[in-house]
Design a protein around this ligand. Sequence first.
Ligand code: PXL
Length: 285
Amino acid sequence: MRVLAINDISCVGKCSLTVALPIISASGVTCDILPTAILSTHTGGFSGYTFRDLSEDIPAILQHWKSLGLQYDFIISGYLGSISQIEMVKSIKKDFLKEGGTMVVDPVMGDNGILYAHFDQNFVNEMKGLCKIADVVVPNLTEACFLTDTPYSSLTEHSYTEILTKLRRLCPFPSVTGCDETAEVNGKTRVLSTVYYTDEKGAVRSYSTEKIEGAFHGAGDVYASALVGARARGIGMEKSVAIAAEFTKNSIKQTAADKTEARYGLNSESQMYAYLQALDKECRK
Ligand code: PXL
């Protein structure tokens, strides 16, 4: 199994490729990388970061790969710094995804109801176009709202299924993370963090974990990488979502216990062994 991860390198702050590469590789498949930009840190919560756009280097990299005849079973795209990089990902899919391969798009654009620095409505519109060529999209709730023109401020627990139905007009297998819900657990009202997704048969499903209070940077990257790792190991959507959601929740839980600054990312390293055990258990069935 060969996976290509297209994303930036944020040198500090554990997101994008510094998360995708270790997690996807650890899952037991080859993970090649295409860096879209190099930043000293990510853009969420730091000021004064450097940002080198690598768009100019990419055509020669792709030319070389073509000469090697490289083809991928999975391609996952993440943070893209410009509309021209969105176009570039579309042509990479054409040239490098195997027939029957899986295109995964993480439409990295924002969180907590707002877009990250450098993004605007024009970029959102172009990202909708990229989602249309994907088999799987993994937005967080904020990104799902932007992709479906749903005002974030108007959200209720009843909106989630509707958002998923709208996302299915863009892509057959959307999976939306961070859908907060309340539920009665042992007679107490609890807040749950739920992933809404569609299974292989196209049915809307959900998977809930305990909600850990706070904003944790890089959680979307951990979830997307763990999901791709599980899918690349041949595990079905339903189990893959559960494994990725548990890995992410446990990483968040450990990060909260560590009391590190949220902008430095998740302690997913501590949960890697459990993730691999979950993959192995499923693959042995
Ligand atoms: O975690 C998403 C992400 C990836 N890459 C860069 C970012 C962000 C979010 O802030 O700034 C550069």
